[in-house]
Ligand binder design. Sequence first.
Ligand code: ADP
Ligand code: MG
Length: 231
Amino acid sequence: MEALVSIRNVFKEYVMSSQLTIPALNGISLDIIKGEFLAITGHSGSGKSTLLNLLGLLDDPTRGEIYFAGSDIHNFTEKQKVSFRLNAISFVFQFFNLIENYTAVENISFQLLLQGYSGREAKNRAREIIDFLGLSDRASFFPHELSGGQQQRVAIGRALAKDSLLILADEPTAHLDSKNGEAIIELLHDINKQFNRTIVLVTHEKEEARHSDRNIMMRDGKVVNIVNVQK
Ligand code: ADP
Ligand code: MG
């Protein structure tokens, strides 16, 4: 099985002052397999978000390497980093992070414009995605006119629109009720299967990790358990 990402002995320390250093990651080594649905669980403070931020180049490790398709991304030039963030990675956040004065369909087409699609192509493709999300009748609604679950669907549509190598979702159901939360997890699974996209889902709900290909548990900045889920 081909590794899309190889994380090798990664440490992250937050230096707060000369007396206080917080060790957030303590030697993580892990492969993310192309096409897999990987869940990462662990208590609050175990380092899950720190790891996702390093994968998304939002921050640099203190030590260790992260290889994407063979290249150490933290050795990229600034220009390569910008392009990598724009094209290779999609993020889904707890708080949806939609653009408030853009409609649902515009939030998706904007992503496509950034990636160089023409106006017409972006609009057509965004419409297709809105239909896939089951939000055809909400396409021209603004985020504040949508429920939390619908907003998160749009955010996931934006992540899907990007032709990225990896979708990183950091507790995407944390601010949803359980019914909407389940629907969001199901949508991520649909995207994994239908579009063959590699997905890393961070969650503190064990139940949400149940249908993943693999489930990794973190504690105190380390991977303490890897389970291949039986389906
Ligand atoms: P999780 O996502 O599993 O809740 P985090 O990765 O957010 O965990 O945090 C891991 C540890 O790193 C925690 O002790 C947290 O307080 C600390 N931490 C996270 N981000 C920062 C930061 N920007 N500055 C200082 N400490 C941080
Ligand atoms: Mg977190």
